[in-house]
Unconditional design. Structure first.
Length: 49
């Protein structure tokens, strides 16, 4: 590998974050459905106001 590739891979490994449980939940089908329900409730709330 070239020196640039090694530096990029090292930088990527150093900047990895611990997984966020909330973001992991949103990646599931249940999380997407929950997001749609929240969006629908917000639309209804804005419609009432």
């Amino acid at each position: 590998m070239s020196q640039d590739s090694v530096r990029v891979e090292q930088a990527a490994l150093e900047t990895t974050r611990e997984p966020n449980k909330a973001l992991a939940l949103l990646g599931t089908s249940m999380g997407r459905n929950l997001g749609l329900v929240i969006a629908l409730l917000l639309i209804c709330l804005v419609g009432v106001i």
